[in-house]
Ligand binder design. Structure first.
Ligand SMILES: O=C(COP(=O)(O)O)NO
Ligand SMILES: [Ca+2]
Ligand code: NA
Ligand SMILES: [Zn+2]
Length: 313
């Protein structure tokens, strides 16, 4: 069934497990996600960035949002696993309202680049609107280093979450789930040196808020995917993600939603490169998209098991 993201995350919070939030821009990634969720009997959270909504509607954001709701509901209304649809990194009031109007389960209002008080003000406004029509809300505190969907956040601006601010933020905004910045960043090039997250801050934010918490920039960049892509001409030198053991540790300390976009993209392109290199005469998309979808599904299945949400549908 099509559910509210809050329902999925409140269960995960109580059950001490996490659910991946998986970004899509087209049909093929959605098919892979649903198939993996059904095979693992796991809830799944589908999310779309503002760029995805513009892409799907060719710039018409209401059309883009409505298209994604129709696509996701076509699967969700016909399967036994809980499925929700979420706006990732919402910053535009117009896009957030289009998504609410279209029937999204939840939205993220990302006002994390503003000063604390303005983040509270922006988030509070969207919470009031979203809650009035039963839509749940995610917000972000602290700033991620890295490329946030083509917006480069200078590393000197990166500020990890202040746990005491988190308590005040949650109380004043009424937000349903929170993304505390604890050292991850978006994209495939996350750590200069060794991967390290600030688990002390994470534990404090959990103690002080009790809310389901979100890890952004959680892709692992699996070595075998990187190697496959590079074997067929990709240049992913320096790509490095969040190792699996650090992901499981973050779940132990209170993460319940694990945003995963880069791993799906890398898997798809690695397998597509391999297929095209080995099938130079092929031009049927049902053929050349098939094995990429399979690899994406396998990556997702592994992630569902790692996060502990298999058989939690
Ligand atoms: O945080 C993410 C995705 O992060 P990755 O680039 O690590 O997949 N989306 O909001
Ligand atoms: Ca942000
Ligand atoms: Na999000
Ligand atoms: Zn993110």
């Amino acid at each position: 069934p099509y559910v509210n993201t809050k329902d999925i995350l409140d269960k995960a919070n109580k059950g001490y497990y996490a659910v991946p939030a998986l970004n899509i821009n087209n049909l093929e990634f959605l098919q892979a996600i649903i198939e993996a969720g059904v095979e693992e009997n796991s809830p799944v959270i589908i999310e779309t960035s503002e760029g995805a909504i513009k892409y799907a509607g060719d710039g018409d954001v209401q059309r883009g949002a409505s298209l994604f709701v129709s696509m996701v509901r076509a699967f969700a209304d016909n399967t036994d696993i809980p499925v929700s649809l979420h706006v990732d990194h919402g910053k535009s009031f117009k896009i957030l309202m289009a998504a609410i109007k279209a029937g999204y389960s939840s939205i993220m209002i990302d006002a994390s680049e503003y000063p604390f008080e303005k983040n509270i003000e922006e988030t509070k406004k969207m919470v009031e609107i979203a809650h009035s029509v039963g839509v749940s809300v995610e917000a972000e505190l602290g700033r991620l280093v890295g490329i946030e969907d083509n917006v480069m956040v200078q590393s000197h601006e990166a500020a990890l979450v202040d746990p005491n601010e988190a308590k005040q933020f949650v109380e004043e905004t009424g937000v349903d789930f929170l993304a505390p910045a604890i050292g991850t960043s978006h994209g495939a090039f996350k750590f200069k040196g060794e991967a390290k997250l600030d688990f002390n801050r994470l534990k404090k934010v959990k103690e002080l808020t009790g809310l389901p918490l979100v890890l952004h920039g959680a892709s692992s960049v699996p070595e075998e995917v990187k190697k496959l892509a590079e074997k067929y001409g990709a240049d992913f030198r320096g790509a490095k993600g969040v190792p699996s053991d650090i992901l499981t540790e973050s779940v132990k300390y209170g993460i319940n939603k694990v945003n995963t976009d880069t791993d799906l993209r890398m898997a798809f392109i690695a397998s597509l490169r391999e297929y095209l290199a080995n099938n130079p005469g092929e031009f049927d998309p049902r053929k050349y998209f098939k094995t990429p979808k399979e690899l994406v599904k396998n990556i997702i299945r592994e992630r569902l098991r790692l996060l502990g949400c298999s058989n939690k549908a």
